[in-house]
Design a protein around this ligand. Sequence first.
Ligand SMILES: [Zn+2]
Length: 289
Amino acid sequence: MLRPAPWRLATALAALVALPAAAVEAPLARASDWAALSRPSQGPARAIGGTGLGCLAGGVALPAEGPGWQAVRVSRNRHWGHPAAIALVEHVSGRARAAGFPDLWIGDIAQPRGGPMPWGHASHQTGLDVDIWLDLRPKPRVPAAQREDLTIPSLVLPDESGVDPARWTPRHAQLIRIATEAPGVDRVLVNHAIKRRLCADHRGEAWLRRVRPWRGHDSHMHIRLRCPEDSPECRDIAPPPPGDGCDASLDWWLTPDARRRPVPGPPGPPPRLPLACAAVLRAPDLPTR
Ligand SMILES: [Zn+2]
């Protein structure tokens, strides 16, 4: 039997010593790594990093339906969130229900361990973003499998100059307001045409500050929570500026500059996620009950 040469032994030892350092390297933000994880990590819930470059430890599942809501497209396995996000859905649905709204359709929250997604969203990485569809029709309770291929019409005119008067109602504004005033909400993203309409009807009202204009979001609103207190590694973005946001900045969205889609640069290596996401990536699955 061959005995290892002393230098081999030394190399092997050095590799052993080097291992822990290599193992705690911050992981690359490779969407395929995170989409492949079908279960959340064990342990307490923590949002880590920013919503556009982060992950989620101890994710909690939103049930497929509950009082006042129905999750849609559950086969995507993107209804995991920080408990604050689940509480948000319960709060908004409960308030909406009490105000006479039909069930709400809940879109994506996050993957089981958050992280970047291969398609659909640049954010939603920390379990603190929730999409709620702006659809006010009565919704029969059907099995979740029948809520896979739903589509709903846009509330915004094709040229985005305003909301579609045939579809927009004050009840849509009321639902957005309920979401905006829910505990812990940082901002609610809607299409700029929706924000303009809210400005026309509600100028000066305090809740408008948290309604922020964006592209898309013409048939759903995107609710973002502030970092919860149990998540010291979570990073908020700057809060919305003071005021109702009903100013000239809204007009920018109608300029050719705003309409030009950003051209992606040449592909480079993906950025790195926060260091703490390395442990989330490797952690054992939360067992299925
Ligand atoms: Zn969203």
